[in-house]
Ligand binder design. Structure first.
Ligand code: RP5
Length: 169
């Protein structure tokens, strides 16, 4: 894991997590962004163990050129919500499942935000969808990226149809 921009140019999506132990789950977000060649950065920004740095990350994110933040954490997962409280950028929260409670604690910590401070919460362990959602956000203002997303969706449809054909055969 490194804070250096992935895919060459300046990062437009920040992927952050509470600990490097979240990386096996969060890696799927990075892979989704790589598939669409979206420049991104990856870092550990713990809400509880480095709160001042976490606030600084959220404070500076928009001015540094990021367009969205994907934040994953497990247990008392306050990172996505706290980032959303200090940045105007869209924040996508990924509940990381830990050993106990099957990730329900992470999910509820992330999803129950007060009105006015939204976090777009994906499913428990749903980091791939977090990456794809960030791509869709960027694609709203990027026709080429939108076209790639449409091709991706057409491929999903093709695969689903093929599964149906195999079952019917
Ligand atoms: C959370 O505590 C992290 O997001 C991680 O999911 C969990 C455990 O962290 P480590 O003890 O593995 O560093 O804040």
């Amino acid at each position: 894991m490194s804070n250096a921009p992935r895919s060459g140019s300046a990062p437009v999506v920040g992927i952050v997590m509470g600990s490097d132990s979240d990386w096996p789950v969060m890696e799927a977000a990075a892979k989704a962004l790589e598939e669409f060649e979206v420049p991104h950065e990856v870092d550990v920004v713990s809400a509880h163990r480095m709160p001042h740095e976490m606030i600084a990350y959220g404070d500076r994110a928009a001015d540094r050129g990021l367009k969205a933040i994907i934040a994953g954490a497990g247990g008392a997962a306050h990172l996505p919500g706290m980032l959303a409280s200090v940045t105007p950028l869209p924040v996508i929260g990924v509940p990381v499942p830990l050993e106990h409670l099957d990730g329900m604690d992470s999910l509820l910590s992330i999803v129950q935000m007060p009105a006015g401070v939204p976090v777009a919460t994906v499913s428990i362990g749903g980091a791939r969808n977090a990456g794809l959602l960030a791509v869709r956000m960027l694609a709203a203002h990027d026709p080429a990226l939108r076209e790639r997303m449409e091709r991706f969706q057409a491929e999903l449809k093709k695969q689903a149809e093929e599964k149906g054909r195999r079952l019917r055969a």
